[in-house]
Write a protein that binds this ligand. Sequence first.
Ligand SMILES: [Zn+2]
Length: 92
Amino acid sequence: MEVDKMPKKLPTVVYKGNAYFMDHRLGEFRTIQPPLEFIPFNSELGREIYQEYVVSSMDEPLVIRCPQCGKILFEGTRRQAKKVIIYCTHCL
Ligand SMILES: [Zn+2]
């Protein structure tokens, strides 16, 4: 499949007016605009940006599918998903 070969788009976060890529593989944030900066997750600034990411990602859309049959079990935001228990009635 052609789609599988495409690099995964990195999540982004905006902190204090600067936009950063969030690279879990390297464990760091990277500035999107030059000058290029690398901020490890495990640094003071890195922890602040991570906190911002957690808060802002709560309102991002989220789709949860059953890993077995692929049926859509939930559509909403991460914030909404926190309060519900999701299971597949088809595969249970
Ligand atoms: Zn299922």
